[in-house]
Design a binder for this molecule. Structure first.
Ligand SMILES: Cc1cc2nc3c(=O)[nH]c(=O)nc-3n(C[C@H](O)[C@H](O)[C@H](O)COP(=O)(O)OP(=O)(O)OC[C@H]3O[C@@H](n4cnc5c(N)ncnc54)[C@H](O)[C@@H]3O)c2cc1C
Length: 476
């Protein structure tokens, strides 16, 4: 028997029909479902996103709308304050309940509280579901029921918990008396937010594209050789599912379940280890989401209280931040990473760590500047993972790299891009340079080529400066 006659499913960061917990339940339990997405109405700039990610979002919405159409549904698009727009839609449709998947970030949680209150005040139902993660923040706790502050024990507990199997794809939308008559905005372009179409080489967006990325990762050697290849930025050796997991064009359950099937069918120990390593990366995602959930102050300050008030340089004082952003540091691995980011809206994980450590430990600029720049450029920009990654690299975060362990960009290049393949791909003006010259500062004092800058700092000296700052702060 149906629970309600008519419910709204509010699509947020779950832009898919397959294994969508709230949508599935809305569809199964009720007579009619009104699917809606509410666009934010900020203009020009936003602290937590940029043109690339918004462009990717428009592609996800286009695909979602098409998929809904093909099964007899219709995506209603509104714009503005989510709470006000939902209130209007509830009145227009006389809906009996709002269904949604819970968002783990503090802004999403705040909105959910308001929507819940709205539903209560209008006397209708409110149903929220776990969907974005396997295990929500209070489901992975220490034996004394407190949050983990360190990744390894978190990941052990996370891996030991049962993982839900994905739900089936919705294949038919229930008939609705009113869906076709409801007002809806057209599918948005980035001009909706006052942005220009970014000049980026972007991956295809939407559920189908996400499925084919997962298939590719499963059928190629990405997962089975993940452990050995994932740190080589020159290779296509990671899944590329970051933006899909961000916008929910694929569910984390599907990624885990399919990787588990591959693991179970694999006869080789090294392949199984590789797939297991991949699954543990999914645990990093939920570790940082748990950290943000339990300690939302990390968005403002250092996770580790000990390092609050550490000395940082003023970015207004000189052009260090600009040179880092503009890929003009004279460190080929850093500049290649920043160019990859600008051209594609992504950056290899190993290189993210190198450029983040460089900004914080060689240029002594606060991680917040890097965090904000990444959010403006990354397609997979995820508040929790980005903050976690930046604080990890700066040495101030949860399970951070210890403050005295400072990666050397030259030796990192030697280890992870020994043939200079990645560097030459993104800095073609260096294509004739011998790769071993990317692994140490130019000895002659001359630039690698005439139009490429000399290293902007001496890594050894800046490393000492960072160690001094941490030591001075520690002795206060
Ligand atoms: C400074 C810095 C900033 C980062 N910012 C983000 C961000 O905004 N959004 C984001 O999703 N990841 C971020 N990461 C983590 C990581 O770099 C990306 O998740 C990964 O590069 C995405 O590529 P992929 O999908 O091919 O990953 P794969 O290697 O195929 O991994 C599969 C998935 O696991 C998760 N994952 C993998 N590594 C990590 C990690 N270290 N931390 C958290 N989750 C992980 C991601 O959801 C990823 O899509 C950041 C890392 C650093 C060092």
């Amino acid at each position: 028997m149906s629970q309600y006659k008519r419910v709204i499913h509010w699509f947020r960061r779950d832009l898919r029909l397959t294994d969508n917990t709230s949508l599935y339940n809305a569809r199964e339990q009720n007579e009619e479902v009104i699917p809606v997405h509410i666009l934010s109405d900020w203009k020009k700039t936003h602290h937590w996103t940029g043109a690339g990610r918004q462009y990717f979002l428009t592609g996800c919405l286009e695909s979602l709308a098409k998929n809904l159409d093909s099964i007899g549904g219709r995506l209603i698009i509104r714009s503005g304050s989510a709470v006000k727009e939902l209130e209007k839609l509830i009145k227009e449709t006389k809906a009996d309940a709002v269904f949604l998947n819970r968002d783990p970030d503090p802004f999403g949680i705040e909105t959910e509280k308001k929507v819940k209150e709205l539903c209560r005040s209008m006397g209708i139902g409110y149903e929220s579901f776990k969907d974005v993660v396997h295990h929500e923040k209070d489901e992975v706790l220490t034996q004394s029921a407190s949050p983990y502050r360190v990744y390894t024990p978190f990941s052990k507990t996370w891996m030991s918990l049962e993982k839900k199997e994905p739900l089936p794809r919705i294949s038919k939308f229930p008939d609705s008396e009113i869906l076709s008559d409801l007002k809806s905005l057209d599918l948005p372009g980035v001009d909706h937010w006052g942005l220009d179409v970014p000049d980026l080489d972007l991956p295809k967006a939407g559920e189908k594209a996400a499925q084919s990325r997962l298939k590719e990762a499963l059928n190629s050697s990405v997962l089975t050789k993940y452990k050995e290849n994932r740190n080589s930025p020159a290779l296509s050796a990671t899944s590329g599912l970051g933006p899909d997991l961000r916008w929910g064009t694929i569910s984390p359950r599907e990624v885990f379940a399919k990787s588990q099937q591959l693991l179970d069918s694999s006869r080789s120990k090294s392949e199984r280890e590789s797939i297991f390593t991949f699954q543990k990366q999914l645990a990093w995602r939920e570790f940082f989401m748990s950290i943000l959930g339990h300690y939302p102050e990390v968005l403002e300050t250092d996770f580790n209280e000990k390092w609050r008030g550490l000395e940082w340089d003023d970015p207004e004082k000189d052009d260090k931040l600009e040179r880092w952003q503009n890929a003009e540091t004279g460190f080929p691995i850093i500049d290649a990473g920043m160019r990859q980011l600008q051209a594609t809206g992504t950056m290899h994980n190993r290189v993210r760590m190198i450029v983040a450590m460089f900004l914080t430990k060689d240029l002594h600029l606060h991680w917040k500047h890097g965090e904000a720049y990444f959010m403006q450029h990354l397609l997979d920009g995820e508040i929790a993972n980005n903050n976690g990654g930046w604080q990890w690299s700066a040495g101030t975060g949860a399970d951070a790299a210890p403050w005295f362990r400072i990666q050397n960009p030259w030796t990192q290049t030697e280890t992870h891009d020994p043939e200079g393949e990645y560097i030459k791909r993104w800095i073609p003006e260096l294509k004739e340079v011998e790769p071993k010259r990317f692994c140490k500062p130019p000895e002659s004092g001359d630039p690698l080529v005439s139009d490429y800058p000399l290293p902007m700092v001496n890594h050894g000296e800046e490393r000492e400066e960072t160690l001094d700052r941490f030591k001075r702060h520690n002795s206060k």
